[in-house]
Design a protein around this ligand. Sequence first.
Ligand SMILES: Cc1ncc(COP(=O)(O)O)c(C=O)c1O
Length: 365
Amino acid sequence: MKVELIDLKKRYLDEKEDLLSCFDRVLKNGSLVLTNEVNNFEDNICKYTNSKFCLGLNSGTDALMMALWSLGISKGDEVITSPLSFVASVGSIVHVGAKPVFVDVKNDLNINENLIESAITKKTKAIMPVHWSGKICNMDKILEIANKYDIKVIEDSAQGMGSYYKKKHAGTFGEISAFSAHPLKNLNAVGDAGFVVTDNEELYKSIKLYRTHGMESRDNVKIFGINSRLDSLNAEILSYRLTRLEEIIEKRRKNISLYKKYIKTNKVILPQDSPNGYDSYVMMISLCEERDKLQSFLETKGIQSLVYYGTPLHLHKASSILGYNEGDLMNAEKLSKKVLSFPHHQYLKEDEIKYVSDSINQFYE
Ligand SMILES: Cc1ncc(COP(=O)(O)O)c(C=O)c1O
């Protein structure tokens, strides 16, 4: 049996008629940039997340950079974040000229909120918690620290769409937050896309201007901005897919419970549901003994798996300018040697999950 990690081709077949009708609705209007479809999508996200403002952008990376930029974070400032994330979390901080400061993670792969306070200096301007794999960080504690030191919280909610912490949606705890709608996210565009949400009107207005060259109108450029607009076709597709998001997340959660039923070894630790939240499981990251050997074995069985990620952010070549060394963030380093993602998408069948699980059990026998 062949079991793929993700299945975007199946998704297309499943949604073909609806996607083609999105395409038809948008293209027949003859206008593809900053149209009503984008406004509608932004309104839909506001309603879904219970946020005041949303702006559709080119990518989650742009969303992070613009969130930082809108708060005036720049050279000389420090931003605290997690070493277990996609490179965009740290890259966005570097790109606005600020210095990322890493704080080690807990075994749930999220930043260890109990270590944040000791990383705060006079230069700290923000904390950027990353809700890794759709599990929301301990926001009570993070907000308490941010309030105590009067620093901002920018949530990297790139993986947080559809996740809740104490019944509040991801991205609605901090001053502003960034989401990705990359094709591999639960709410995904057909290409790159992202968005920010905030309740702060000032930040909303400045990003709105900045995402379209700082132009108030064709003959009035107020500031020099960039081009980071969500296109109308993706906005329409995302609005349609938002109506299916809950169903997709429920299927993904069901996958995890089936893996829990069939995997019998204690050499694999499957993700645990957050006690205070609802995890959207955009990725299913397990911690595995002898990870690399297991991955090769699964490959011989026709099973795809992927390591998200084998190198923590502070140990990349690009991070050498930040002055970290091996051993500085012990838990992140230990966990990155164990993380492995098994096939996990909404079209997986129970017999496929059983086959993957049996193969995992067989490897450890
Ligand atoms: C945690 C995290 N932050 C930021 C990003 C960047 O988002 P994008 O790929 O849409 O630029 C991603 C995307 O994978 C992510 O997972």
